[in-house]
Design a protein around this ligand. Structure first.
Ligand code: S3P
Length: 178
């Protein structure tokens, strides 16, 4: 299958939004950041939504993922916890989507995420390490993984676009072989 939607998943700070916009520009596709979409729709920030309880935010996140299943020729940046929830993960994986895990080492993540209480769940080095360890088995379920620990966003974007083109070529070969 040639992907018609790319979904970037991975821990906060792994580069999903930055890389997602670059990939979309290179492919000439639209870009949707699910957290920004949720904030726009709710008229409140993710941090504010979290203050009313994580469960409510996760519900909005699942709804945003469901709406994104209607989008083709789009790159979607999912929030760091989305792919760790089975219901939301299945929505993100559904249809002509290819999912990409932006894998990033803890030290790099800690260098990019302020632990000043401004971001939900980014409380301390220990909570970040624990969450990352807990979520890794979910992130591994993505179709592709690209390491962003030291790579520049533009290089990561080029790698992802190359994966899409390779997959397209494979799909086209499959179609003519049949
Ligand atoms: C979260 C990550 C955030 C946002 C929310 C919860 C998480 O998204 O969805 O604060 O559970 O890891 P980013 O990964 O875009 O920072």
């Amino acid at each position: 299958m040639s992907p018609e939607r790319l979904v970037l998943v991975g821990f906060m700070g792994s580069g999903k939004s930055t890389v997602g916009a670059l990939v979309a520009a290179r492919l000439g596709w639209g870009f949707r950041d699910l957290d920004a979409w949720i904030e726009e729709r709710a008229g409140r920030s993710v941090a504010e939504l979290f203050r009313d309880g994580e469960a409510g935010f996760r519900q909005l996140e699942a709804e945003a993922a469901r709406e994104a299943t209607a989008l083709t020729r789009h790159v979607i940046a999912a929030g760091g916890g989305a792919f760790a929830r089975p219901e939301t993960r299945e929505l993100l994986r559904s249809g002509p989507a290819a999912t990409v895990w932006l894998r990033c080492g803890l030290e790099s993540l800690l260098g990019r995420i302020p632990l000043d209480g401004s971001r939900p769940l980014a409380e301390s080095r220990e909570t970040m390490a624990g969450l990352l360890a807990e979520r890794e088995s979910s992130y591994r379920l993505a179709d592709w993984a690209v390491d962003t620990t030291t790579a520049a966003p533009d290089d990561v974007a080029r790698t992802i676009v190359a994966l899409v083109f390779a997959q397209r070529a494979r799909a086209a070969r499959g179609a003519t072989d049949r």
